[in-house]
Structures are given as structure tokens and as C-alpha cells.
Design a protein around this ligand. Structure first.
Ligand SMILES: [Zn+2]
Length: 169
């Protein structure tokens, strides 16, 4: 394994630092060049979900020869509230035409669950569907956050009116 990337946008304030860009950049830095396919190398990028429109471009120019994804784009947006951008419908064919093989649906259920867990958290959606980049919580996410604030006990299913005080850690 050449590199691992995570999303660094909230931590750095740099909008381009999606996990794919971080992983590709670190790999290129480690290899000392922009072309991860230099010398005929067949490098692969593995991601939990289809790339957004920015990362689609980043994959195109990276030199990797294959891409493996779990979840698909529309379900990423549904699970997380993020806007994945105006992806072209034939994105897989576009990558394939440039020598990048795509394998989709790998460990799909696990990948989607990670995204759903994120969506159910009160983590910042810095570029939400609908366009505002000032940070946004969907009504479902806001309701989940409000519910946690009312009863921080994990697994509590009692109606709020019947709950006792929150347990002390
Ligand atoms: Zn991205």
C-alpha cells in the first residue's frame, strides 16, 4: 500500500482535500511525481464510494489504472446529505476509455453503513445538497441530534416524557 487518505476539509479549511485527493496526493508525493502509472505501474485507488465530480477529475489525472468503490453516488447523497456535484452519467465509461478499470459494489453494505452512520451523526456537511456551504443539518440529522441531546443514553427508546435524568459518566 502506497498511501491512505481521509477527508481533511473541515480540519484544514481546504475544500479540495477529499479522501481521494489526499490519498492520491500522498502517493504522488511518495513516488516523486504526478503520474502514478509511470513506468507501466498498475496502481489502484480503493474508495468507500463513487467519487464526487472533483475526485472524478482527480482520478482521471492521477495515473492510477483501476478504481474500486463500494457505494454509488446517489446513495451517498441520500445517506450523508452531501452534494456530489454534476457527475456525468457515463463516468465509468469515461474512466475506462482512459485506461482506468472500475469495479463497483465491493463490500457495498459495509460502505453504505459507514456513510449512513456519518449521516446520522451531527458531523458537518460542509457542501450540502441544495448549495449552502455554511454548514447544514438535514431535518433528519437535526432531529437525531436533538434526540441525542434530550437523552444521551445510547439505546434509550423510552418516550422523552418518561425518561429520567441522563446518567452520569
Ligand atoms: Zn470528492
Amino acid at each position: 500500500m502506497l498511501s491512505v487518505g481521509v477527508n481533511l476539509v473541515p480540519r484544514t479549511g481546504l475544500s479540495a482535500l477529499h479522501a481521494e485527493v489526499t490519498a492520491l496526493s500522498l502517493a504522488q508525493q511518495r513516488m516523486g511525481g504526478w503520474d502514478l502509472g509511470a513506468g507501466g505501474a498498475s496502481r489502484q485507488l480503493v474508495v468507500n464510494a463513487r467519487p464526487c465530480v472533483q475526485c472524478f477529475g482527480a482520478v482521471l489525472w492521477s495515473g492510477v489504472r483501476s478504481l474500486v468503490i463500494g457505494a454509488d453516488g446517489p446513495e451517498v447523497e441520500e445517506a450523508t446529505g452531501f452534494d456530489e456535484g454534476p457527475m456525468v452519467a457515463d463516468w465509468m465509461e469515461q474512466l475506462s476509455a482512459r485506461g482506468i478499470d472500475v469495479t463497483a459494489g465491493v463490500r457495498h453494505a459495509q460502505a453504505l453503513q459507514v456513510l449512513r452512520d456519518f449521516g446520522a451523526s451531527d458531523s458537518l456537511v460542509y457542501y450540502p445538497r441544495g448549495g449552502s456551504s455554511s454548514g447544514w443539518l438535514s431535518s433528519a440529522r437535526r432531529a437525531a441530534r436533538d434526540e441525542r441531546e434530550r437523552c444521551p443514553s445510547a439505546g434509550c427508546t423510552s418516550p422523552p416524557a418518561h425518561r429520567g435524568p441522563a446518567p452520569r459518566p
